[in-house]
Design a protein. Structure first.
Length: 171
């Protein structure tokens, strides 16, 4: 009997060691309920229309026009202005100023058609539903001579938007 008691203690100790080594696991799964992307959309108060009519200009005449660009998307976007094409037979006698009147900053000031055709001019970030007003001012220099008679100038602009930097959301 003296031998059985220590042997029973060793066997019981081994059983405890094996029994306490059990690993319990718990698994839980989650899925993303939905993920959708917001489309980039905008409205232009002068879409497919002239910003102003500058026919019959005389030296010293100033013509102004304006429009409003609104970010109608559900996400913030960076807006850009592109002069897609331009002609200017007046040369430096015809100037143009484009102003963001909402932020009170000049976007461009120089010769009419002087923006590089196809180049992007950054207008900044607009949040969802935000609107920005722009004014265009064109002036025929008062010193323009008779040689400016019968000349023409034209420019086409395109307003584009790109998604703002991606956002991270911890929910």
């Amino acid at each position: 009997m003296k031998i059985l008691a220590p042997l029973a203690t060793v066997v019981a100790g081994g059983a405890l060691a094996v029994g306490s080594g059990a690993t319990y696991t718990s698994v839980s799964a989650t899925t993303i309920s939905s993920a959708t992307s917001g489309p980039l959309t905008q409205s232009n108060s002068r879409s497919r229309a002239a910003i102003f009519d500058a026919s019959n200009l005389q030296p010293g005449d100033v013509v102004r026009g304006g429009l409003t660009i609104t970010n109608t998307a559900s996400v913030p976007a960076r807006f850009r202005l592109v002069e897609t094409e331009s002609t200017n037979a007046f040369g430096r006698s015809l100037s143009m100023v484009i102003t963001d009147t909402t932020a009170r900053r000049v976007i461009y000031a120089g010769t009419f058609g002087g923006l590089a055709d196809g180049a992007l001019t950054d207008l900044g970030l607009m949040g969802p539903g935000a609107a920005t007003d722009y004014s265009f001012t064109v002036e025929l220099d008062r010193r323009a001579t008779n040689r400016a008679q019968g000349r023409t100038a034209a420019a086409a602009f395109e307003w584009s938007s790109v998604e703002a930097d991606a956002a991270t959301s911890d929910e």
